[in-house]
Structures are given as structure tokens and as C-alpha cells.
Design a protein around this ligand. Structure first.
Ligand code: BGC
Length: 716
């Protein structure tokens, strides 16, 4: 018998249940605190894994109890949220998604895993794969945006990066951590954008939109999955047998660990599907939840659930087996102290980490509008730097930076000062981020008077994004609109920088600014990355991974809408539109400007007619018609014109990037398997239907900028 079966045979029921119990040690960050007496709990075999503890010494002290003071010496798992960097904080995922660079996504996950592992951590609760189409939902910041194809690529890159794909020892490496794809699933569809609220999405939407990124994570070898807090159409995900057992385990073939979200097993009582912890524990275990994070339902409820006949010891054994297997895959039995052992890199931000953070930062910035004021002219003598985000050091970290240090980020003010040593930069915040006090606006206006240009740094506080940070009106908080108005009245050139974890409702500002830049929350190198883009040291290449609405009334809004029988027509009253606002967003998915200008050719296709099993190659010629070297991003969309089920107007099938010198031309080549044009049929099984498709290439999802060819799928 192998190690795991030997252990299982030797374990008492209490020890087995202990392996399924995860508690917060040290800090309870995202929910109610239960943890006290962690060391005693470990010694007694009642705790199999920890969360929210970091630091090699701290984790090793707990590990020592597990391996030296318990009967069976089973090591602990140590889990932590490493969403966008660990000690070195990188751009938030929504920002990083804007780079459309899987290599970068993987590299930042790799770097974060090395730092987390050096801190003793063996498992991260990332990547977050929730597709989000509603900027009211604060957790939109944690994911890669609105599109399933993008989030699928993001899933693969992040799993590879965290789990050390390609390292000789793989997941057992001292610098690798187990990834947890979360939150399974449709969490981003929370009712009215309110975090933790119910989601009610169709089976079709699950199969077309919400499940594919998780299928990709599973195929990439993701070690763990975390179900979401929400219910879907009445079944809480923590007890969702059809999705967890039938789809995830059976159809997608996931044999790793399912770890509940924080306190979610006990919350089955509030959801109203269990009357006590015993029923809650039984419902979760039956659905396949292996680890109960922080609710105590398993430790208090599973033994009575066996006694009541609600669960079997076999189900408990199966869960324990998966947990022990993960510990084995991580190499914890062979060397429980491997992560964070002496010689592992010291915690803190390294020079290499800063370089990567700066590169990630500048690639994440999206130049939304530019009326010839950017890049900043070297002639500028005096720049007024205004606004509450200009010198907001800690906010640059963004919402998930537990092990990050609030003093680490470079502010916008510092980044500019370093980049423009000869310019005079005068600064006034004008207002605080969320305060209503307008008394500082006059002073801010005053220092703008002699300035050649105003840089207006507006946006949200980091704490306004992320978990439990839904906003019914996701505009500029506090008195920032009043500040902006007062500055625009001066009729100076104004460049507006928006720091946020979501698209903010800023259409009035967009109409008045000479340039508008989405700078998200970029992490420790925020100020330098922003200065690189503003000065033109780096030619912006970021593109929106999410549609940017004009107004919250347009939400939810995304490019992959299905066609209406009455598409919007300004001359026809009875068509799909608003009386009070255009239906187009402020900026479409994929939008983002450069300091160069690019020309695109119509796509060339290797074959107009194709069959199942064929591969289409679609070539798009790109020419840099501008004066600066730059990178163009081209999106490839498909539309199935007539199918047995209504297909979206645009479906993303590929993204290509090309770097070109001024005047240079090049070709982006997309390869598209015919099967990529299949879709879930009326029975939700994939079908490949003959007929005509439109393939469109363009710089964004704006239909006006697309170049389209028609191809035909032949039967057979
Ligand atoms: C969040 C998860 C997170 C967990 C542990 C929960 O509240 O929803 O995303 O991984 O806390 O911190």
C-alpha cells in the first residue's frame, strides 16, 4: 500500500475530519474570526490546513507542531490569497488583463509564487476566473474581464505560473504553489452587482461563458477549485451537485481538491438549504467539498452527520485522500519545510520584482483618449499635478495586497518627478478621495493658473474595489467631480488619469479632458509605469478587457451580445435602444490608443470553404503609419450567421500583437481550428454546423473598425 492508503488506514474519524478543516491563523481578513487555539488544534489533529498566515518562521512553527507533535505527522497546507503579487505587488488582474500578454500573466504569477513560497505558503487562492460584466461588482477588479476566451487564456497562464510548469520538480518545487481556480462559478453574475447576492444564469450561459475558463484551468492541471459564495437558481455553489460532481468532477475530469470559500459551508444555513451545521456539512461533503474553510461545519457537523446517516465514511475518505494527495504532490511529506527553507529569498521587493512590476504596469495602462497632448512635450515648463490619487501611495497597491507593504509603491507624483527632472511640478490634492469637503479646490485651481498643463489624478480608493465593495453608482466618489469641473473651467490642457478597480462612470469628464488614461491600480511601480507612458518612454499598448459603459444604466454591457430581432435603428421607434442615452458604450472592449497609428489589411484566409478537422489561417497585415515605434493589438472575432441557436454578434477567437518600427509592416497570423466555431447546441452538447461565418479582425470590438471576410463550413 502507498503512503496515502497507509495513512488513511491508520487515521481515526476525528483525524480524517481534521484534514478537511482549514482555519485562519493569525489574521482573519475576509470573514468572521473563529480561530483561537490554532496550535492546540493542530496538535490535536483537528486542523489540516491554515490560511492567512505568512512568513516562513510563522508557518514553520505551525508545521513543526503538525509533523512533530501529532500522531501521524501529516504536514499542513498553508493557503493565502496571492491575487496580484505577494510582497511585490503587481497590477490588479483586470489591469494586467489589459496587456493581453499571456507570457506576462504567467511571469507575474511565477514571480509571485516564488515570493509566496519563500514565505512558507504552499497554496494560493488564485487565479480568480470570474467573468464580470457589471462594474458595480467590486470583484471585477480581481479577474480578467468580460470575455470567456480571454479569461481562458488567463487561467492557463496563471496556473502554469503559480504551479511552476516546466520546473524539474513541478508542483513539488520549493518555488511552486498550488493554484486554486475560483470562484466556481457565475459569481460575477451577482444580482444587481451586489457582492454575495444570488445569481440566476441559464444553462447555456454557464456552458458558453462561465464554465470554459474553469475547464481550461482543470486541463492545465490546476490543483484546487473554490466554489463561489452565491447560489445559481436556488442551489448554493457550496452544495451544487450538478456543477461540482457531475460537471467538474465527471465531465471536466477534475480530481484535485475543492476548498470552500470562507465560512461558506456554514452559510448554507442562511441560504436556507440546511437547518444546522450537521446538515450544512453533509450537503457540502455530498457535493464534493473537500476542505471547509473557516466555518467549523465539518469539525462540528461531520461526525454527527455520519451518525445521522447523512454522509458515509467513504465520502469522507475520498475527500481526505484528495487532500493528502495534494500534500504529496506539493512535496510536503518529503520536506514540510521546503518552502521558506533557509536560503530561500528574503521577503521584500527585489530589483527584479520592481522591473517586472514596471513592465507589467506600463503594459496594463490604457490610453483611452488623446487630443494631441500626450506624450508630454519635453518643452513643458510647469505641470500642475492635481487630485487625490496623485500622491496616494497605499492605494496604488489595489485591493489584494495582504503581504504587500503600504510604503512600497512609487506614487504618480514621485514617478513624474523622476521622469521629468527639469519640469516644475506643482501639486495639490484639491479634495480627498471620498470626502465631500471642497475647501481645497480653490488652492488647487490657483496652482494651475501658471501651469502649461494639468495632470488630474482621479479615481477610487483601493478599498472601493475587491470583495464586499459593490457600488450602486460607480462614478468618481466624494467631491472629485466638483474638483474636475473647477479645473476644466480654467481652459488649460487637462490630462485625466483614472485609478480604479473597475470602469468608472466618467462620461462628462471624458468629454472635457484632452487626454484620458486608465491607470487602474498598478502596484509597487505604479508611478514609474505611469510616467513611462505619459512621457512616451513607453508607447502605450494596453487595451480594455472590459466594455466601459457611459452610465450605470447601461449595465450589464458586453460586446458578445446576441442579435435582437429589432436591432437599434435611430429612425425606428420600435427597436432595441434607450430613449435617453445611446446604446454604445463610452469605450468598447479592446479599445486603447497608441502614440503610433496603425493600418490593418482585410484578413486573408487560406481557405474559404472548410470542414470539421481543418485549420484556418487568417492573416492580417499591419503597418505602423505613425512616427513612433509601437505595438498594435488585433482582435479576431467570429459570427455564425445562421445557426440552430442564436449566436452572439461577435465572439472573440484570438488576439495577436505585433511590434513595429515607424513605417514598418508585418503580419499577424491567427490559426483557428474549425472546431473553435462549434457551440453548445440546443441540448448543450457541442455542435459544428455547416453554413456561413463572418470572420472579422480589428483593433477593438467596435463594429465600425472591423474588417470582415465570409467563410463557409461544409457538411461532414
Ligand atoms: C474570498 C475568497 C478568498 C477567501 C480567503 C473570501 O472571502 O471570497 O476569494 O480566497 O476569502 O481569504
Amino acid at each position: 500500500m502507498n503512503r496515502i492508503e497507509n495513512l488513511l488506514a491508520a487515521m481515526t474519524v476525528e483525524e480524517k475530519i481534521g484534514q478537511l478543516n482549514m482555519v485562519a491563523a493569525g489574521y482573519a481578513v475576509t470573514g468572521p474570526v473563529l480561530a483561537s487555539g490554532t496550535a492546540e488544534g493542530i496538535r490535536a489533529g483537528r486542523i489540516g490546513s491554515l490560511l492567512n498566515l505568512w512568513g516562513a518562521q510563522e508557518i514553520h512553527a505551525m508545521q513543526k507542531i503538525a509533523v512533530e507533535k501529532t500522531r501521524l505527522s501529516i504536514p499542513l497546507l498553508a493557503g493565502f490569497d496571492v491575487l496580484h503579487g505577494h510582497r511585490t505587488i503587481f497590477p490588479i488582474p483586470l489591469a494586467e488583463a489589459a496587456s493581453f500578454e499571456p507570457r506576462l500573466w504567467e511571469a507575474s504569477a511565477r514571480a509571485a509564487a516564488i515570493e509566496a513560497a519563500a514565505d512558507g505558503i504552499s497554496m494560493t487562492f488564485a487565479p480568480m476566473l470570474d467573468i464580470a460584466r457589471d462594474p458595480r461588482w467590486g470583484r471585477i477588479a480581481e479577474g480578467a474581464g468580460e470575455d470567456p476566451w480571454v479569461v481562458t487564456q488567463f487561467a492557463i497562464a496563471k496556473v502554469r505560473g503559480f504551479q511552476g510548469d516546466g520546473l524539474p520538480e513541478g508542483l513539488a518545487s520549493a518555488g511552486a504553489v498550488a493554484a486554486t481556480a475560483k470562484h466556481f462559478c457565475a459569481y460575477g453574475a451577482a444580482l444587481a452587482g451586489r457582492d454575495y447576492a444570488s445569481a440566476d444564469v441559464s444553462e447555456r450561459l454557464l456552458h458558453e461563458v462561465y464554465l470554459p475558463p474553469f475547464a481550461a484551468a482543470v486541463a492545465a492541471g490546476c490543483a484546487a477549485i473554490m466554489p463561489a459564495f452565491n447560489d445559481i437558481a436556488g442551489i448554493p455553489m457550496t452544495a451544487h451537485i450538478p456543477l461540482l460532481r457531475d460537471w467538474l468532477r465527471r465531465e471536466a475530469g477534475f480530481d484535485g481538491v475543492i476548498v470552500s470559500d470562507y465560512n461558506a459551508v456554514a452559510e448554507l444555513i442562511r441560504h436556507g438549504i440546511a437547518c444546522d451545521l450537521v446538515e450544512a456539512a453533509a450537503a457540502a461533503l455530498r457535493a464534493g467539498i473537500d476542505i471547509d474553510m473557516m466555518s467549523g461545519a465539518y469539525s462540528q457537523g461531520l461526525a454527527p452527520a455520519i451518525a445521522r446517516g447523512l454522509v458515509s465514511i467513504e465520502a469522507i475518505n475520498a475527500a481526505v485522500r484528495r487532500v493528502l494527495k495534494l500534500k504529496e504532490r506539493l512535496g510536503l511529506f518529503d520536506d514540510p519545510y521546503r518552502r521558506g527553507s533557509a536560503g530561500a529569498s528574503a521577503p521584500g521587493v527585489s530589483a527584479a520584482g520592481r522591473d517586472l512590476a514596471r513592465e507589467a504596469g506600463r503594459r496594463s495602462i490604457v490610453l483611452l483618449a488623446n487630443d494631441h497632448v500626450l506624450p508630454l512635450s519635453p518643452e513643458l515648463r510647469r505641470i500642475a499635478l492635481i487630485g487625490p490619487l496623485a500622491d496616494a501611495r497605499a492605494d496604488m497597491l489595489g485591493p489584494w495586497a495582504m503581504a504587500g507593504n503600504a510604503s512600497d509603491p512609487v506614487t504618480i507624483r514621485e514617478g513624474l518627478a523622476a521622469a521629468l527632472p527639469d519640469a516644475e511640478i506643482v501639486f495639490a490634492p484639491g479634495v480627498t478621495i471620498a470626502g465631500e469637503d471642497t475647501s481645497g479646490i480653490a488652492a488647487a485651481r490657483e496652482i494651475c493658473r501658471d501651469a502649461d498643463l494639468v495632470l488630474l489624478c482621479l479615481g477610487e480608493a483601493a478599498s472601493m474595489s475587491g470583495e464586499a465593495a459593490s457600488r450602486a453608482n460607480p462614478g468618481l466618489p466624494g467631491a472629485q467631480n466638483a474638483l474636475a469641473e473647477a479645473i476644466f473651467e480654467l481652459c488649460k490642457p487637462v490630462v485625466v488619469l483614472i485609478s480604479s478597480g473597475r470602469p468608472l462612470m466618467i462620461s462628462t469628464i471624458a468629454a472635457k479632458a484632452q487626454a484620458l488614461v486608465a491607470t487602474w491600480f498598478l502596484g509597487v511601480e505604479a508611478g514609474n509605469a505611469i510616467a513611462d507612458v505619459l512621457t512616451g518612454t513607453f508607447n502605450p499598448t494596453g487595451r480594455l478587457p472590459v466594455t466601459w459603459p457611459r452610465d450605470v444604466g447601461q449595465v450589464p454591457i458586453f460586446f458578445a451580445e446576441r442579435p435582437s430581432g429589432r436591432p437599434a435603428d435611430p429612425d425606428n421607434h420600435y427597436t432595441s435602444k434607450y430613449l435617453d442615452m445611446p446604446i454604445e458604450p463610452l469605450f468598447p472592449f479592446g479599445h486603447g490608443l497608441s502614440y503610433s497609428r496603425f493600418g490593418l489589411s482585410k484578413p486573408r484566409i487560406n481557405k474559404k470553404d472548410f470542414k470539421r478537422g481543418d485549420e484556418l489561417t487568417i492573416e492580417v497585415d499591419v503597418i505602423n503609419e505613425g512616427a513612433a515605434a509601437g505595438e498594435e493589438t488585433v482582435f479576431l472575432f467570429a459570427r455564425d450567421i445562421v445557426a440552430s441557436v442564436t449566436r452572439p454578434l461577435l465572439e472573440l477567437k484570438g488576439v495577436g500583437k505585433i511590434a513595429l518600427a515607424p513605417g514598418e509592416g508585418g503580419t499577424i497570423c491567427f490559426r483557428l481550428a474549425a472546431e473553435a466555431l462549434a457551440f453548445p447546441g440546443s441540448d448543450l452538447q457541442p455542435v459544428f454546423e455547416p453554413g456561413e461565418f463572418l470572420l472579422s479582425a480589428g483593433p477593438s470590438a467596435d463594429p465600425h473598425g472591423l474588417l470582415t471576410v465570409k467563410v463557409r463550413a461544409l457538411p461532414g
